[in-house]
Design a protein around this ligand. Structure first.
Ligand code: RP5
Length: 161
């Protein structure tokens, strides 16, 4: 059975950035569930979601949060699924606070952290994880990489013509 990806964000104010992750997952045809969920404002819902995510057919969980960004860490603490953290640039510290909060996990509870506001890469990493056991996704990823290479080579040709 095809696995789903969960996209969680700490606040609806994160949505404009997180949208590109949702769109990328859609482009790959990955079934996606999106929720506003906070380690601080809805702690019980966050723990319950993570604890039941495997049974609900999820394969990867993406968590976007800003400031003292604990969402990805709390979710990772309650599941064995791979968790990808997107540190959000939503504070006066330009997201550096969220980056450090997301990436500096204690030994035993890893969170795969992408760049500040790196929503698209979070989605691609989720697709790559699912593609280990999904040939269709592997083929789509290879096509995407080929297209990227062609675009750069075309620019290089134009530059030198
Ligand atoms: C975090 O605090 C959210 O993920 C968001 O990035 C930031 C600000 O949230 P709001 O105050 O806009 O709801 O929890």
């Amino acid at each position: 059975m095809k696995k789903k990806v969960a996209v969680l964000m700490g606040s609806d104010s994160d949505l404009p950035v997180v949208k590109s992750a949702i769109n990328t997952l859609k482009e790959f045809g990955v079934e996606t569930e999106v929720h506003i969920m906070s380690a601080h404002r809805t702690p019980k819902q966050a723990c319950d979601f993570a604890s039941s995510a495997i049974d609900k057919g999820f394969g990867v969980i993406i968590c976007a949060a800003g400031k003292a960004a604990h969402l990805a860490g709390v979710i990772a603490a309650h599941t064995t699924l791979p968790v990808i953290g997107i540190p959000m640039k939503s504070s006066t510290l330009d997201g550096l606070d969220a980056l450090l909060s997301t990436v500096q996990m204690p030994k035993g509870i890893p969170v795969a952290t992408v760049a500040i506001d790196g929503a698209e890469n979070a989605a691609l990493l989720a697709v790559q994880i699912l593609a280990v056991y999904d040939k269709d996704l592997e083929v789509k990823l290879k096509a995407m990489k080929l297209k990227m290479t062609e675009e750069v080579l075309e620019k290089d040709r134009k530059l030198n013509s």
